[in-house]
Design a protein around this ligand. Structure first.
Ligand SMILES: Nc1ncnc2c1ncn2[C@@H]1O[C@H](COP(=O)(O)OP(=O)(O)O)[C@@H](O)[C@H]1O
Ligand SMILES: [Mg+2]
Length: 358
C-alpha cells in the first residue's frame, strides 16, 4: 500500500444550516489521480477548499502526509490549485504568471528562470512565454494555469473543473494531455468534475458525492460494474431504471415482475424475497436488440419508438410494455441496417447484467 498524501477523517462542513459536507473519509495515495464526481452543490468545491485551507472543517481531521493541517494556513500546505476560471494575472506575461509562485517564495532569479522554463515545457507552452493571457486561447490559458500550479512542485495538486470552460473537442484533447502529464510527473491529484465521462477517462479512483455524502469510492470499472446504489448507477454512465416486485426465487435465480407480462430473470441476491419491491437497472449497451426472437432468457417483444444515430453508435428507445421505455445502444460498424421507428423487434438481456437495489 502506497503512502497516503492526503487523508480526510470524518470531515464535515456546515455553512449555517447548510451541510455542505457530511462525515467524509477519503484518502489519496502518492501518485494517485482521484476524482470527486457529483452533481452541482454536492460538496466537491467545499472539499477542495477544506484541503487547501481556505475553509475550516466544522468537525473531522485533515492530514497531509500524516500530519494534521487543520490549523495551518493555506500557504504552508504545499498544494497547487487549478480552477475553471484560469485566474491568471491579466497584466503579467505568461512567463511572469508561471514565475509568480517562485518569486513570492523568494527563489533566486536564475532558479526562477530555470524552473518556470521547465514548467512551461512540461505543458508544451515554451514558445509563448512573452504573451499576455488575452492573447491565448482558453486551452492555452488553462495550460498556463497548470504550469503555474506545478512550478513549485507541490506534493498535491487540486483541480476544480479545470476543463469546464472549454468546448467538447478541446476538453477531450486536454484530458489526454492532463493524464499523461500527471503520469509523467507522478503528481498526486485530487480532481473535481461533474462530467462522468471525464471522471471515467482520467481517474485511478472515483469518489461519488451526493448532497454532501460520499456515496462510493472505487476504480472506474468497479463503480460502473458494481454501483452501490441506483444513484451511482445512474450518475456514472447511462442506465435503464425500472421498479418491480419479486415473484419467484428458485434455483439460484430470481424472477421480478416489472408489469403484467414483463418479467426479468436475475441472479439471486440478498435483496430478494418474494413480494419485495426492488429497483432494477441495466445499461443500454447490455440490451441486445434483434429482428428475430432470441434464444436466451429475458426475450421481450418491443417496438422501436425512436432512433438516434451518433456515428459510432446507435441509440434506440424501445417500448416494451405500456409506460415502459428502455434505452438500448448498439455500436455501429457500418454494415448493419438500422432498425426504424415503429418496427417490431426483440430485446434480450443476460440475467447477470441486471443490478438490483432495495
Ligand atoms: N461559502 C458558502 N456559504 C454558504 N453556503 C455555501 C458556501 N459554499 C458552498 N455552500 C453550499 O454548500 C453546498 C456545497 O457547495 P459546493 O461545495 O460548492 O458544491 P459543488 O462544488 O459540488 O457544486 C451547496 O449547497 C452550497 O450552496
Ligand atoms: Mg464546485
Amino acid at each position: 500500500m502506497s503512502r497516503s498524501v492526503v487523508t480526510l477523517v470524518g470531515v464535515s462542513k456546515a455553512y449555517g444550516r447548510t451541510v455542505a459536507l457530511n462525515n467524509v473519509s477519503l484518502d489519496v495515495a502518492e501518485g494517485e489521480f482521484v476524482t470527486l464526481l457529483g452533481p452541482s452543490g454536492s460538496g466537491k468545491t467545499t472539499t477542495l477548499m477544506l484541503i487547501a485551507g481556505f475553509e475550516r472543517p466544522t468537525s473531522g481531521e485533515i492530514l497531509i502526509r500524516g500530519e494534521s493541517v487543520v490549523a495551518q494556513p493555506p500557504e504552508k500546505r504545499d498544494i497547487g490549485m487549478v480552477f475553471q476560471s484560469y485566474a491568471l494575472f491579466p497584466h503579467m506575461t505568461v512567463f511572469d504568471n508561471v514565475a509568480f509562485p517562485l518569486r513570492t517564495r523568494r527563489l533566486a532569479g536564475s532558479e526562477v528562470t530555470r524552473r518556470a522554463g521547465q514548467s512551461l515545457e512540461a505543458v508544451r507552452m515554451s514558445g509563448l512565454d512573452g504573451r499576455y493571457p488575452r492573447q491565448l486561447s482558453g486551452g492555452q490559458q488553462q495550460r498556463i494555469a497548470l504550469a503555474r500550479a506545478l512550478v513549485y512542485r507541490p506534493s498535491l495538486l487540486l483541480m476544480d473543473e479545470p476543463l469546464g470552460a472549454l468546448d467538447k473537442k478541446l476538453r477531450e484533447e486536454m484530458q489526454g494531455e492532463l493524464k499523461s502529464l500527471q503520469r509523467e510527473l507522478g503528481i498526486t491529484t485530487l480532481y473535481v468534475t461533474h462530467d462522468q465521462q471525464e471522471a471515467l477517462a482520467l481517474s485511478d479512483r472515483i469518489a461519488i458525492v451526493n448532497g454532501g455524502d460520499l456515496v462510493q469510492v472505487g476504480a472506474p470499472l468497479e463503480l460502473y460494474e458494481r454501483p452501490a446504489t441506483d444513484f451511482v448507477a445512474g450518475f456514472l454512465g447511462d442506465v435503464n431504471l425500472v421498479d418491480g416486485v419479486v415473484v419467484e426465487i428458485a434455483g439460484g435465480s430470481g424472477r421480478i415482475r416489472i408489469t403484467e407480462g414483463l418479467d426479468v430473470s436475475t441472479p439471486e441476491g440478498p435483496a430478494l424475497a418474494v413480494g419485495k419491491r426492488v429497483r432494477l437497472t441495466i445499461r443500454p449497451e447490455r440490451l441486445e436488440i434483434t429482428a428475430t426472437e432470441p434464444a436466451g432468457p429475458n426475450g421481450w417483444r418491443g417496438r422501436v419508438r425512436e432512433v438516434a444515430f451518433y456515428g459510432e453508435l446507435v441509440r434506440y428507445g424501445v417500448d416494451v410494455a405500456p409506460g415502459v421505455v428502455l434505452k438500448v445502444s448498439r455500436p455501429f460498424r457500418g454494415q448493419e441496417t438500422l432498425f426504424v421507428a415503429g418496427q417490431e423487434i426483440w430485446l434480450a438481456s443476460r440475467p447477470h447484467d441486471w443490478r438490483l437495489f432495495a
